[in-house]
Design a protein around this ligand. Structure first.
Ligand code: GLC
Length: 492
């Protein structure tokens, strides 16, 4: 029998408490899958003031009150609240401190922002407090599983401040990197807040990168093992400076301890047969509900509904690496096709303006939705015919999985998790369930979309494509097993 592993899973954002897609979704679904494999996994996250305590039944933990946390020359107190992930037995511990974690004004923005010392102090506090919490809990995890730069000081503290502390002498770390663009980069003025760090800050030193403190690098250097969220991206990041946002040389040094495990999705949340966030539930055998969803979606955007006109969606942060340059480059060509196109996302002002202008040029065909709303993401997955995801860099990506589950066929650029997940439709063998282009250009994007739309009008083939897509299994089970295998390489 497999040994029960104790895993402390730490994420700065966890759905449904905080919902900005990507990491929070993973931080909800993966621990659930690991718990189902009978391991003792517990979640730790900041208690943002915006988290609704009543709705999620957060309770105070009496013995975890007024915990002393000291770092630099600061002496602070932490409180801990606890709740369960909805519909599960996974316990979540929320670290609370008065005056901290109160900056979620727009949930689409990462709650802990980069760059300012105030924010950095909150991250240091959060990371440092967890060691005290564990001690009072008397819970000695075998594995501390950290995610992204907001948790990256934990492996450092474990290997420096707590190196000789017998409480942690069996504890190992896994660091998962989802977002490579945000690295937690700070000026060296921050050093006094990170105990014992002065000696590690020098050119090419363990916490230094390009003359700044770099949290992501620190996590890579001090963790026992590291992974990212797809096999393809793990290769790309080691191959290219651009794709790794400059961290390639650091990664290469850890090549033997660096893995790729692709994300899954939680089918209890993403299921068109039961999803209460969509207008009409449906199955692969009866797609009438999908068509009704399309009508709702299109009309809610002020477009005219036509059952036979393909609706393409893109749900994207309006940022460079998400492929907006080639969408914009291809827009005139796309707009010549008989389709409707709805882009959904928030982000860079420059992109907003470009799309606002384009909408005026193509009023009956193009729409831009500038807000972040969980329900709309579900309605989008259900109501579109095709989903265009042309990211230049995509460590994993979840939209392709959500859309496949709802019979919405993805058009993707062959990168990272998109290559791992989407198989190109081959007209000869009739295999595959998506459209993949491997040259990053507006021309390739437009040509692939044109081909997809031609096929869309062949209802025989198209319905088979939908059926195949909806039957695919991208549940977390197989990826959760891979994580447990990684844990097992560390536990003794
Ligand atoms: C980041 C990545 C994305 C991934 C998500 C969850 O947002 O950019 O590709 O799906 O994290 O792992």
């Amino acid at each position: 029998m497999q040994r029960k592993i104790k895993i402390m899973y730490i994420s700065s954002v966890i759905a449904p408490f905080v919902k900005i897609s990507g990491l929070p979704d993973v931080a909800r679904a993966l621990p659930k899958a690991i718990k189902n494999m009978n391991h003792d996994i517990r979640l730790f996250t900041p208690k943002y003031t915006a988290i609704n305590e009543r709705k999620y039944t957060l309770r105070e933990v009496i013995r975890l009150k007024d915990i002393d946390v000291t770092f630099g020359n600061k002496k602070m107190k932490a409180n801990v609240k606890s709740a369960f992930l909805p519909d599960s037995k996974v316990q979540v511990y929320f670290i609370e401190k008065e005056g901290y974690f109160n900056n979620i004004e727009n949930p689409a923005n990462p709650p802990i922002q980069e760059g300012s010392v105030d924010q950095a102090e909150q991250v240091v506090f959060f990371n440092r407090s967890l060691f005290e919490v564990l001690k009072i809990l008397h819970w000695q995890p075998d594995i501390i599983h950290c995610n992204d730069w907001q948790t990256a000081l934990i492996p450092l503290f474990l290997k420096t401040l707590f190196k000789d502390d017998s409480f942690f002498n069996k504890t190992k770390t896994l660091f998962t990197i989802h977002n490579w663009a945000d690295q937690g980069v700070f000026e060296k003025e921050l050093l006094p807040l990170i105990d014992n760090s002065e000696t590690m800050f020098y050119p090419d030193g363990p916490i230094e990168f390009q003359a700044k403190i770099n949290f992501l690098k620190t996590g890579i250097v001090f963790s026992d093992i590291i992974n990212t969220v797809s096999k393809s991206y793990a290769k790309e990041a080691q191959r290219s400076n651009e794709l790794s946002y400059g961290l390639r040389p650091i990664l290469r040094k850890r090549a033997n301890d660096f893995y790729g495990i692709v994300n899954g999705i939680d089918y209890t949340v993403w299921n068109p047969e039961t999803d209460s966030l969509i207008f009409h539930q449906f199955t692969s055998k009866d797609l009438s509900g999908k068509i009704a969803n399309k009508k709702n979606l299109v009309e809610s955007q002020g477009l005219k509904f036509d059952e036979n006109k393909p609706v393409i969606g893109t749900n994207v942060r309006l940022a460079d690496q998400k492929g907006l340059d080639i969408i914009i480059g291809a827009l005139d060509k796309l707009m010549k096709l008989d389709l409707q196109y709805i882009i959904y996302g928030t982000g860079d002002e420059k992109y907003r303006q470009i799309f606002q202008t384009a909408i005026k040029k193509y009023p009956g065909k193009l729409r831009l939705i500038l807000k972040h709303d969980d329900q709309l993401i579900h309605q989008f997955a259900a109501g579109c015919d095709l989903f265009l995801i042309p990211s230049r860099i995509e460590p994993s990506g979840l939209d392709q999985l959500y859309s496949l589950r709802y019979g919405t066929i993805p058009i993707v650029y062959a990168t990272g998790g998109l290559s791992d997940n989407v198989k190109n439709y081959d007209p000869l063998t009739k295999r595959g369930y998506g459209f993949v282009f491997s040259e990053y250009s507006p021309e390739a994007l437009a040509a692939t979309t044109k081909g997809a739309i031609e096929l869309y009008h062949d209802k025989n083939i198209w319905n088979k494509l939908i059926e195949r897509a909806m039957k695919l299994d991208f549940s977390w089970d197989s990826s959760a097993e891979k994580y447990v295998k990684l844990y097992n390489t560390l536990v003794t």
